[in-house]
Ligand binder design. Structure first.
Ligand code: FE2
Length: 225
């Protein structure tokens, strides 16, 4: 994708919903850290990182009344939310995007290892590896970010989220992805991401120290420099 295309889409996501935007940047950072840990080559890392930034682009067409509804969604509303991977994929195709790692992640990021995800009910290794890894990261971030109903945050929330991921190994999540993420988390290298944009959490000093690194990644994803 051209840097202009990426930038345009990222800005659209940020305009739509700021909490989605914060989520976006945390998952970008987690994704990059995971791929570096796996020793994936740089060209692929850049593509998958772009894909992580754009994964929820399909939500741009979902009405705010549903996306930002404070209470529980009705079955019908949930069905509408579940359209966003396909909406995002259609948007990518319309823009002429042809890079498989990007298309795959947008399309398959809500599939589950056991085939009970959406929208295709793909299972196991039918799900492209980038999307399998990303599903773990996306779930972890959802479980550790600021929500009105969550009382626990930060490190305690992270420990609880890791237990949830482990409980879902082989059903919801790809086991090797969960193991790799858990190991990486325990090195402490992801701590600064956990605290980014989680406004009710005081940003620790080490997060501030890594802001430069974060800004560089954000520039790289949006501008391709
Ligand atoms: Fe999504």
């Amino acid at each position: 994708m051209s840097p202009e295309q990426v930038q345009q889409l990222v800005q659209e996501i940020e305009r739509k919903d700021l909490s989605t935007a914060a989520h976006t940047w945390r998952v970008v950072l987690y994704t990059r850290a995971m791929l570096e840990e796996f020793g994936v080559e740089h060209g692929v890392i850049d593509l998958v990182t772009q894909a992580a930034a754009l994964h929820d682009i399909g939500k741009v067409v979902i009405p705010d009344a549903i996306l930002q509804k404070p209470g529980k969604l009705s079955d019908e509303e949930y069905e509408i939310i579940k359209l966003h991977p396909v909406a995002g994929y259609a948007r990518m195709l319309k823009m002429g995007v042809s890079e498989e790692p990007i298309l795959n992640l947008v399309r398959y990021h809500h599939e589950r290892w056991d085939g009970l995800g959406y929208p295709f009910q793909a299972k196991g290794e039918e799900i492209p590896i980038g999307a399998r890894v990303f599903a773990v990261i996306d779930a972890f971030d959802a479980m550790t970010s600021v929500r009105p109903y969550r009382s626990e945050l930060g490190d305690r929330a992270a420990e609880r989220a890791l237990l949830e991921l482990q409980a879902g190994m082989g059903t919801r999540y790809w086991s090797e992805g969960v193991e790799a993420f858990t190991d990486l988390f325990h090195t402490g290298r992801l701590d600064y991401i956990l605290h980014y944009f989680n406004d009710e959490v005081p940003v620790p000093a080490f997060a501030a120290a890594r802001r430069e690194e974060f800004d560089a990644i954000k520039r790289r994803v949006t501008r391709g420099d």
